[in-house]
Design a protein around this ligand. Structure first.
Ligand SMILES: [Zn+2]
Length: 161
């Protein structure tokens, strides 16, 4: 190993020592070498820490992205179910309406000619009770002679039911 001589007391010692082992006088050569070595060590430590922090961040970002993606997928699924339900219900209501309307038209087509017959035959009482009863479930006022018959009924029975 390289030796050096103390400029203060003249002792000879290892050049890597930062101070003279006999008088503690500073050894510039050793002190500088140690300073550079310490500097290099802390640089390496910082690099290691930096790497750890960076890989930690990457892991966190991946985890965060995974959670965000899962949340988005779950929300999308819920929205799809809710919107799909609404669309389905709307179509069902629309279909039901159409079926109801078709059934009502069929009923009127079959029943109103019978009303015509009763009106023509002067069967006012039978006609009145049929209209009163069937008016609960059907649009009896669509009958073409409805207003006309109501005037006849008014003349016969007045405003009394
Ligand atoms: Zn010395």
């Amino acid at each position: 190993m390289k030796q050096t001589e103390c400029p203060n007391c003249g002792a000879v010692f290892d050049a890597k020592e930062t101070r003279c082992p006999y008088c503690s006088y500073i050894n510039p050569e050793g002190a500088e070498a140690k300073y550079l070595k310490d500097l290099e060590d802390s640089r390496r430590n910082l690099d290691a820490v930096d790497d750890q922090v960076r890989s930690g961040y990457r892991k966190e970002i991946r985890k965060g992205a995974g959670t965000a993606l899962k949340t988005v997928l779950i929300i999308a699924l819920i929205l799809a179910v809710v919107i799909g339900g609404f669309i389905y219900a709307e179509h069902r209501l629309y279909d039901d309406d159409r079926e109801d309307y078709a059934a009502e038209l069929a009923w009127e087509h079959q029943r109103f000619p019978q009303y015509d017959g009763m009106l023509a035959a002067g069967e006012y009482e039978a006609l009145m009770s049929a209209i009163a009863e069937e008016g609960e479930a059907h649009d009896v006022w669509n009958w073409e002679h409805y207003d006309e018959f109501m005037e006849i009924a008014d003349g016969l029975w007045g405003d009394e039911p």
